[in-house]
Design a protein around this ligand. Structure first.
Ligand SMILES: Cc1cc2nc3c(=O)[nH]c(=O)nc-3n(C[C@H](O)[C@H](O)[C@H](O)COP(=O)(O)OP(=O)(O)OC[C@H]3O[C@@H](n4cnc5c(N)ncnc54)[C@H](O)[C@@H]3O)c2cc1C
Length: 417
């Protein structure tokens, strides 16, 4: 089966790239070993984080590092046995999180985030997926005045520099917004620009249907079967629907991208931050109105279509190590003290792996040493947020058009891999 482009990976990144390529007249075959959006893009907190202009840094203060070293936190956890192998990634991540470098990275990262809502809006409307989107922003709630005040100061700085919007909330305003939340919070902060997704899997499927309506094809296959074409330039892959041949291939395999890039000789210093979720019913007819973060404990409650989804922070471990949902256990215990969560609705905790680079920015663009090979992975905490803008940039690059923003900061060459 001939095509212009093979896109490997049907998460939010691969599907968004496939849509943008198909819109530009390319014949595209999207390949995944599973259904679309069934891995990392399935289980996130559903936030399109327009406020997320500063990527999550590795802690720099010794007191914080020592706190995390104890390994009894909700927001972060690690597998001791994995640390030696993860050390090169963690060391570079720590290095890039130094205040000066982190500021420069945030400046380079912000333009991507700035386009997150507008680019989703475009695809949401084209896909008829408005029913999956809530445009209510999201809330952080605070337990202490010190953290509240520090967060307000940081929010003011972000708003001034990046044109994002927020409201501070008194304890009474928090209580009015969330009558079923316990009243132990000293205040809150509402980011008003972000959108949230009521069912992240359904959104990826809606974008997949849009892709198919544009003539795109989705087939099952194992990306590790990709090989360069022998007789002519380009690529080929054997799928359940036969051999696909194309001039160009896009690697959008999220946390598994290194399986292909490594095979082709690229040694990116990638890592994963694993995360968990569980859905809950609500007790006593209670209702959660907002996507809500218990800031000082470090977990999210998201009122989604399938129940209240509790999501956890980062777990540093091997991608394929068995699940160890201790953060979920700890978070659930705390969450039950602030909101009347009902019974667990999933048979077991869901786990996914945020695909991370050590400079906290995704890798988007042409592979340095191969013609017709393109990369779009490493979106860490913001893959849902950045799917459509990533897809647009990549499609513009692949069709020789000027990109909507300067994509140089995200170029694959920056790692000399
Ligand atoms: C707990 C948690 C909460 C999060 N919350 C948010 C949030 O609120 N907002 C936000 O923006 N981001 C959030 N994220 C991050 C976001 O989910 C990810 O960045 C994003 O889903 C990555 O998308 P992707 O398409 O790169 O990867 P994936 O969705 O993992 O897609 C990769 C695809 O590659 C396929 N694949 C892998 N190997 C092969 C192979 N050999 N052959 C064929 N196919 C293969 C997989 O089946 C998969 O479909 C969160 C993540 C977690 C874990």
């Amino acid at each position: 089966m001939p095509a212009d482009t093979i896109v490997l990976g049907a998460g939010i990144i691969g599907v968004s790239a496939a849509v943008h390529l198909a819109r530009r007249g390319k014949s595209v075959v999207l390949v995944d070993r599973r259904g679309a959006g069934e891995e990392t893009s399935f289980g996130n907190a559903g936030l399109i984080q327009r406020e997320g202009v500063v990527p999550y840094a590795f802690p720099q203060q010794l007191s914080l590092i020592l706190r995390y070293a104890l390994n009894n936190n909700i927001d972060a956890n690690y597998h001791l046995s994995a640390l030696p192998a993860l050390a090169p990634f963690l060391a570079q991540y720590w290095w890039n999180s130094n205040a000066r470098r982190h500021r420069a990275i945030a400046k380079a990262y912000a333009p991507l985030i700035e386009h997150s809502i507008t680019e989703h809006d475009d695809l949401v409307q084209a896909a008829g997926a408005e029913h999956l989107i809530a445009k209510r922003g999201w809330m952080e709630v605070f337990r202490t005045n010190a953290v509240r005040d520090a967060e307000y100061a940081e929010a003011e700085r972000l708003a001034r520099d990046n044109g994002i919007h927020f409201n501070t909330m008194t304890a009474d305003e928090v209580a009015r917004a969330e009558p079923d939340l316990s009243n132990g919070f000293v205040g809150g902060l509402k980011w008003s620009d972000p959108w949230s997704v009521l069912d992240p899997h359904a959104l990826t499927i809606a974008y997949l249907k849009l892709f198919e309506s544009l003539g795109g094809r989705f087939v099952k296959g194992d990306a590790t079967h990709l090989t360069p074409r022998v007789a002519s330039k380009g690529w080929q892959i054997d799928t359940t629907e036969g051999r696909i041949e194309a001039e160009d291939v896009v690697v959008a395999l999220g946390p598994w991208s290194d399986k292909i890039t490594g095979k082709l000789g690229y040694r990116y210093p990638l890592g994963v931050k694993r995360g968990y979720h569980m859905h809950y019913g609500t007790g006593h007819g209670a209702k959660l109105n907002n996507w809500l973060m218990d800031k000082e404990r470090g977990y999210f409650l998201a009122p989604m279509n399938n129940g209240i989804r509790l999501t956890t922070g980062a777990e540093f471990a091997f991608r394929d190590a068995p699940k160890s949902p201790v953060q979920l256990e700890r978070a659930e215990k705390v969450a039950r003290t602030i909101f009347p969560l009902g019974e667990r609705l999933d048979a077991e905790p869901w786990m996914g792996s945020r695909p991370c680079t050590p400079d906290m920015m995704p890798i988007i663009g042409k592979a340095p040493r191969h013609d017709g090979l393109w990369f779009a992975f490493g979106h860490a905490h913001h893959g849902l947020t950045l799917g459509p803008i990533t897809g647009r940039i990549l499609a513009e690059q692949m069709t020789g058009m000027p990109t909507v923003i300067d994509a140089l900061p995200y170029r694959p060459e920056r790692f000399n891999a």
